[in-house]
Design a protein around this ligand. Structure first.
Ligand code: SF4
Length: 205
């Protein structure tokens, strides 16, 4: 929906269009027949997020990509890749240099402070992936967590994104060297990419 909406803004050269936003939302609504109208994880809650999202203008001049998927061969002769999807990217023009701005939208209740974000592995992973994708053009990269529940944001910016290489490679080595992995079945299992391999024992819904 975000992708549809941003494409509409770029096409029209406008920074906000509530009518188009809600049209994009209702066009997708029928794809999710099991979602309740009210309560947790409902369309009502999604409406709150939409309003929060729409309260911030999107500059079609700086918008670079939305829902950008990546799959970068990285370790062990390309047997291990860095894969993921970036919600939104902007190129912010500066006097001395441009900044590649990554925005990750969050709907959860747990928020990271800027201090906590400095050590966050997701931030390092996305900044390093963006560096590998765009290093010929962009070295200054900013990562922002944008919380749709309350409009708060936390950001981290670096002009040395390559410094995360060692830590990410070290984590992959550690995972590759693990001979076992303790299952921790819980509510997130059904959305886990390893679900089919892991086969956790979950209570019937
Ligand atoms: S399905 Fe995923 S989250 Fe659940 S126990 Fe297995 S690895 Fe952990």
């Amino acid at each position: 929906m975000l992708e549809d909406y941003c494409k509409t803004l770029v096409g029209a050269g406008s920074s906000r269009d509530m009518e188009k936003l809600y049209a994009a939302a209702s066009a997708r609504k029928k794809e999710f027949p099991g979602i309740p109208e009210t309560g947790d994880l409902s369309f009502f809650e999604a409406d709150v997020f939409l309003n929060r999202f729409a309260s911030k203008e999107i500059d079609p001049e700086t918008l670079y990509a939305v829902e950008k998927s990546f799959d970068i061969p990285f370790y062990d002769n390309g047997k291990v890749s860095l894969t993921g999807r970036i919600d939104r990217m902007d190129i912010v023009r500066g006097k001395e240099r441009d900044t590649l701005q990554i925005t990750d939208y969050k709907t959860g209740k747990n928020e990271l402070s800027e201090e906590e974000l400095k050590n966050d592995i997701q931030m390092k992973f996305y900044i390093f992936a963006a560096f590998l994708l765009y290093r010929k053009r962009h070295r200054n990269i900013r990562f922002t967590l944008s919380y749709l529940r309350d409009g708060n944001e936390s950001s981290f910016e670096t002009s040395a994104p390559e410094t995360f290489h060692g830590e990410i490679e070290g984590l992959i080595k550690e995972l590759a060297g693990d001979s076992s992995y303790a299952k921790r079945p819980g509510s997130l299992c059904r959305r886990c990419p390893a679900f089919k391999v892991c086969k956790p024992e979950l209570p019937d819904e």
